[in-house]
Design a protein around this ligand. Structure first.
Ligand code: ATP
Length: 330
């Protein structure tokens, strides 16, 4: 079976800017695939290459095995949900959803029924007669989703779709989107700069930096075994140990990552390293205790409720040997 989407050495340059630089990826049908990276790293350009609003400078984008070069956007089995929703303010919610069907020339009855079906799917049954301005942000987001799904795309592209929502609503929508994707069984390609969002929702994640994919894999692989310092730092702020410090704690003289939650604060003389607490910061379920170990600083996540050492205290740091992960040189 062909992959839903394939990038085969794809680049998209704008003058000097290498927005997408030699990217090769395969996205399987039915996958929830996240493109994760900082602002300007090329994620949106990748989505536009899939939707056909952008052409590669070099390389090939294949959709279900077909070379997409000569496929205009409206002939691709793909639809997009935009961060700003892009709803028509003067149209009722139902007509916003049915718009794509009207363009395709379907009759009024079918348009109405399919729009209502999509509105119930996103839990907005009964809202069809409202205008977008009469909805909350979260509800507008659902309308945008219904509108993108009404043409029954085989691949749904989502460009930071939850970016405009507050934290609580965003978390609720993350669960709903994930459930909806499983229910419909279609491929989702999801752009985000929020690593928590990517890790919690996606089956596979590609981490972007400056137009390139620096690592692709399952959320666990990316989180537990970051390939480079950039990934370790961007995905969940790991401690990064330079070669000299790694050697001091019994590892090879190479760059390593060490997750704060894999570490514990011990008595000064019973850890792998000794140091001085420079700060403790409370962030909900954990406290982040930062310890100076002779020039380098390491952060430990201490579960809330555990006793935390005071700033200035002498402590030890411990971890299981397997928690120290060797990274590639950059
Ligand atoms: P964000 O999260 O901020 O949306 P992104 O990762 O989606 O960022 P892109 O929008 O793909 O990044 O942009 C990648 C780079 O390409 C940026 O440096 C951007 O300024 C540049 N770029 C994108 N589109 C164009 C264009 N049409 N003309 C010139 N430069 C562009």
């Amino acid at each position: 079976m062909p992959n839903a989407v394939e990038f085969d050495h794809v680049s998209r340059h704008f003058g000097e800017v290498r927005a997408v630089d030699n990217v090769t990826i395969a996205i399987e049908e039915g996958d929830f695939f996240a493109l994760l990276g900082p602002s300007g790293s090329g994620k949106t350009t990748c989505l536009r290459l899939i939707s056909g609003f952008e052409r590669p400078t070099s390389g090939h984008v294949r959709i279900f095995g077909e070379n997409s070069e000569n496929l205009p956007p409206n002939r691709r089995p793909v639809n997009t949900v935009f961060q700003d929703y892009a709803l028509f303010p003067h149209l009722k919610v139902r007509d916003n959803v049915a718009y794509g069907l009207m363009v395709r020339g379907l009759d009024k009855r079918t348009r109405h029924d399919r729009a209502e079906e999509m509105l119930s799917l996103v839990k907005l049954g009964g809202y069809g007669d409202r205008k977008p301005a009469q909805l909350s942000g979260g509800q507008r987001q659902r309308v945008a989703l219904a509108r993108a799904l009404v043409n029954r795309p085989r691949v749904l592209l989502l460009d930071e779709p939850l970016g405009a929502l507050d934290l609580k609503l965003r978390e609720a929508m993350q669960d709903e989107l994930k459930a909806l994707q499983k229910q419909l069984g279609i491929t989702f390609v999801f752009v985000t700069h929020d690593q928590g969002e990517a890790l919690s929702m996606a089956d596979h994640v590609a981490v972007f930096d400056e137009g390139r994919i620096v690592q692709a894999g399952s959320p666990e692989e990316i989180y537990q075994r970051p390939r480079t310092r950039f990934v370790a730092d961007f995905v969940g702020s790991a401690n990064v140990l330079p070669p000299t410090l790694s050697a001091r704690v019994g590892g090879e003289a190479a760059w390593h990552s060490l997750r704060p939650e894999a570490m514990e604060v011990t008595e000064p003389d019973s850890g792998r390293l000794a140091g001085t607490v420079v700060s403790t910061r409370y962030i909900g379920p954990v406290k982040r205790v930062t310890v100076d170990v002779g020039g380098e600083r390491l952060t430990v996540a201490v579960p809330a409720g555990r006793l935390t050492p005071a700033e200035g205290a002498s402590v030890g740091l411990g971890w299981a040997a397997a928690a120290l992960h060797r990274m590639e040189e950059e």
